[in-house]
Design a protein. Structure first.
Length: 225
C-alpha cells in the first residue's frame, strides 16, 4: 500500500474528491490502525478513501454476520425511533419504499401495519431494482447512507423517486467532533465509509432544495418542496 494516506506516503493531491459534493478540497481528519479519514472542506462529510473500501463480497460477508430479525424487540425499538416521527407526518395510505431493508424488512412491516403500502429494496438481499423506477410518497433508509461509496448518486436517485411534498427519512449517526470521532464505535464497522454531520445535511438540503428536519440525533427528514 505504498504511498497511501495511512502510511504517510501520500500527498494532499492524492486525496479523492468528496463523494457527496464533489469538492476537490479535503483535509486529513483521523487515522486508526486500518484506515485514514478525510473531511470535505465544502460540505463537511468525513469519508474513507476508496483504497480502504471492502470488496462487494467482503462487504456482503460482514452484513451476513448481523443478527437482526423480524421478531427482535430491540431491533423494533431501534427502528421505531424513525418510524414513529415518520408516521406522524405521513398522510393516510401513503406509498413508501424501504431502501436498504436488509434480510429482515421489519421497518416495512411496521409501516404496512400502520396502513401504508410498502416496497422494499436491498442491494444484496432484495436486489429487484424494478421498484426503483416507481414514484413514492416517502422513502425511508435506515443505517444505509454511511455505507455508500457514491452517496450523491444514490441520494439523487432516491430524491427523483419521491413525489412533491414527500419525505426522505434517513437514519445515520452524526459526526460531532474530531475528539469524539477518534473513540466513536461507529467507525469500527469496516463497511461504514462516509460519515455525515448536521452541517453535511444542511448542505444536502440546500443542494436538493429540501426542507431539513433533524428529528433526533440520528433521524433526519428531508421534505420535497
Amino acid at each position: 500500500m505504498s504511498g497511501s494516506p495511512l502510511n504517510g506516503g501520500g500527498s494532499e493531491s492524492a486525496v479523492p474528491s468528496c463523494p457527496l459534493c464533489r469538492h476537490p478540497a479535503a483535509h486529513f481528519y483521523h487515522r486508526d490502525k486500518l484506515r485514514a479519514y478525510y473531511q470535505c472542506a465544502e460540505c463537511a462529510l468525513v469519508f474513507v478513501p476508496p483504497e480502504f473500501h471492502l470488496s462487494p463480497s467482503a462487504e456482503k460477508a460482514y452484513y451476513d454476520l448481523h443478527e437482526n430479525s423480524m421478531n427482535d424487540e430491540g431491533y423494533q425499538r431501534f427502528l421505531n425511533r424513525c418510524a414513529e416521527p415518520l408516521l406522524e407526518r405521513l398522510p393516510p395510505a401513503a406509498s413508501g419504499l424501504d431502501f436498504g431493508c436488509g434480510p429482515a424488512p421489519l421497518l416495512a412491516r411496521l409501516l404496512e401495519q400502520a396502513g401504508h403500502a410498502m416496497a422494499t429494496y436491498d442491494l444484496y438481499y432484495q436486489p429487484d431494482s424494478t421498484v426503483l423506477h416507481s414514484q413514492f410518497d416517502f422513502i425511508v433508509s435506515t443505517e444505509v447512507v454511511e455505507h455508500l461509496a457514491d452517496p450523491l448518486r444514490v441520494l439523487q436517485m432516491l430524491w427523483h423517486r419521491i413525489e412533491p411534498g414527500g419525505l426522505l427519512a434517513l437514519m445515520t449517526k452524526l459526526v460531532a467532533s474530531p475528539e469524539r470521532f477518534a473513540n466513536w464505535h461507529y467507525i469500527r464497522d469496516p463497511t461504514h465509509i462516509v460519515f455525515f454531520s448536521e452541517q453535511t445535511f444542511q448542505w444536502l438540503a440546500q443542494y436538493l432544495q429540501a426542507e431539513l428536519e433533524i428529528c433526533a440525533p440520528d433521524v433526519i427528514f428531508l421534505k420535497k418542496q
